[in-house]
Design a protein around this ligand. Structure first.
Ligand SMILES: CC(C)(COP(=O)(O)OP(=O)(O)OC[C@H]1O[C@@H](n2cnc3c(N)ncnc32)[C@H](O)[C@@H]1OP(=O)(O)O)[C@@H](O)C(=O)NCCC(=O)NCCS
Length: 162
């Protein structure tokens, strides 16, 4: 598996992954009816960089990295990861998260923060904890899950400097 920076033309293959995950409304705070154009802005244009994980089968996953807050918060980055159901459970997100921490350090960030992890996204929460992220905050009922109603959201954080 190769993790490389995404090009504009990769979005054609990223969009079905993004669309399935965003429209399910269970894991990301994106509008469920997000358009392709807005999806491209959110995933490819607003972030500082976007990457794809590629195997022989094609794109196995994607992530972005961006600055979480300006000014005094600008040493903390934020990332988002998406792996389509057919590629899950094979370590793609693990590899992308480790890669993103390396990229973050190279870009000069000192910490990584996930702002809005649905508490119902148990696989993801466990995975981020395994990779060294701590739950540092709980936003009660902040995530409106389409099936489970208002559930808590976690803020997860990892200091990257040793
Ligand atoms: C969360 C997500 C990125 C994980 O991707 P992945 O490539 O399957 O993750 P990996 O294969 O690297 O890691 C799997 C590990 O995480 C756990 N895990 C992750 N997602 C899981 C899921 N959907 N169901 C069960 N376990 C899951 C497993 O326990 C496994 O741990 P193990 O290695 O100890 O068995 C992927 O499920 C996804 O894209 N989900 C939808 C979008 C999303 O939730 N993004 C994260 C938002 S915070």
């Amino acid at each position: 598996m190769l993790i490389r920076e995404a090009t504009k033309s990769d979005f054609e293959k990223i969009w079905p992954i993004f669309h399935e995950i965003a429209s399910a409304g269970e894991t990301y705070a994106y509008p469920r009816d997000v358009t392709k154009k807005d999806g491209e802005k959110l995933w490819m244009e607003k972030p500082r960089k976007t990457f794809v994980a590629e195997g022989e089968e094609g794109i196995l996953g994607t992530y972005y990295i961006k600055t979480n807050h300006a000014g005094p918060g600008s040493h903390v980055c934020n990332c988002g990861y998406m792996v389509p159901p057919t590629s899950r459970g094979k370590g793609v997100a693990t590899a992308m998260c480790e890669h993103s921490q390396q990229v973050a350090r190279e870009l000069g960030y000192e910490a990584m923060q996930f702002n809005f992890v649905a508490s119902t996204n148990e696989g993801a929460v466990r995975l981020w904890q395994k990779l060294g992220f701590e739950i540092v905050g709980r936003l009660p009922k902040a995530f409106k899950h389409p099936l489970k109603g208002n559930v808590d959201a976690f803020v997860m954080y990892k200091w990257l400097k040793t």
